[in-house]
Design a protein around this ligand. Structure first.
Ligand SMILES: [Zn+2]
Length: 286
């Protein structure tokens, strides 16, 4: 496999401006990145100005960044049974898709939602219907919404490949939908990937049920929590419960070679530049 095909990056900060995430990615030698397009912990929306869009696109050209994903606000819950929360969630996702599309951001990553006491079928139906309704309101978007595999923490859904498949099946605009696979989440959800045998079994299962043709982004994170714990805690590559072998298998898996890979591991710990360490470790595996 040629090294030039690798699309690798990390989640970078937008403090100082949206374009700063691109400059930061470049500093780390990345050709892909993930970012927020607003403060992820509030409902407060943020419109992007023409100047911001211009600066962002110019910086992208200058830095040669090939793939950009934005991560949606953690507050969004498309499965929310509470109608006010649900409305806020749909509005926030709509704004995120409009913003990301204006910025030419390739992918928008979303945690599908939490059932909050409702049944699985009802929750999944609500998620798919919400996305269909949003897509109907914004027919012109160029970005692709990616449902992320989750750890299944609390009442969170999207932790089995079957659930993701069911959600996507019901979404009309297939050209605007896909999946983001997070290694630490699937592991916490119960999919073992620690050795060659279990890794291939998990990926084949994903392919059979959800489909590798629907996979557009991979989050590379080790897990602080054990297999099936349903707890979402990211750890440095090779330093958690998953261990180094799984990452070596992914980095050399031809089926996944063209898919952009992003780390969301802890950044500053013990005064070390962990993004640099984790990215370098992954590059050297190929
Ligand atoms: Zn993730």
């Amino acid at each position: 496999m040629k090294k030039s095909t690798l699309l690798l990056g990390a989640h970078f900060s937008i403090s100082g401006g949206l374009h700063e995430a691109l400059l930061e990615a470049k500093k780390y030698g990345c050709n892909a990145l993930q970012m927020f397009t607003k403060n992820s912990r509030t409902w407060k929306e943020r419109a992007v100005s023409e100047e911001e869009i211009e600066l962002f696109k110019k910086t992208r050209q200058k830095t040669g960044i090939k793939c950009i994903a934005s991560h949606t606000s953690y507050l969004i819950n498309l499965a929310a049974p509470d109608s006010e929360k649900h409305l806020l969630s749909c509005r926030a996702l709509e704004q995120e898709l409009i913003r990301s599309s204006a910025l030419n951001i390739d992918f928008v990553v979303l945690h599908p939602g939490s059932l909050m006491g409702d049944g699985e079928k009802k929750g999944i139906d609500r998620i798919s219907k919400s996305i269909n309704d949003i897509f109907k309101r914004i027919p012109e978007i160029s970005t692709r919404l990616l449902l992320e595999t989750t750890a299944g923490q609390g009442t969170g859904t999207g932790h089995t490949f079957e659930q993701l498949h069911k959600m996507i099946e019901k979404i009309n605009r297939k050209e605007n939908i896909g999946v983001c696979l997070d290694t630490s989440h699937i592991f916490a959800a119960g999919y073992d990937i620690r050795d060659k045998f279990s890794y291939h079994r998990a990926i084949e299962e994903f392919d059979k049920i959800t489909g590798l043709d629907r996979l557009f982004l991979i989050h590379l994170n080790d897990s602080k929590k054990c297999l099936g714990s349903r707890v979402d805690r990211h750890e440095h590559i090779g330093k958690g419960e998953i261990g180094i072998d799984a990452f070596r298998l992914i980095m050399n898996d031809r089926r996944l070679a063209a898919i952009p890979k992003i780390i969301e591991t802890p950044k500053a710990e013990g005064g070390k530049d962990w993004d640099r360490i984790n990215l370098r470790k992954l590059k050297l595996m190929i």
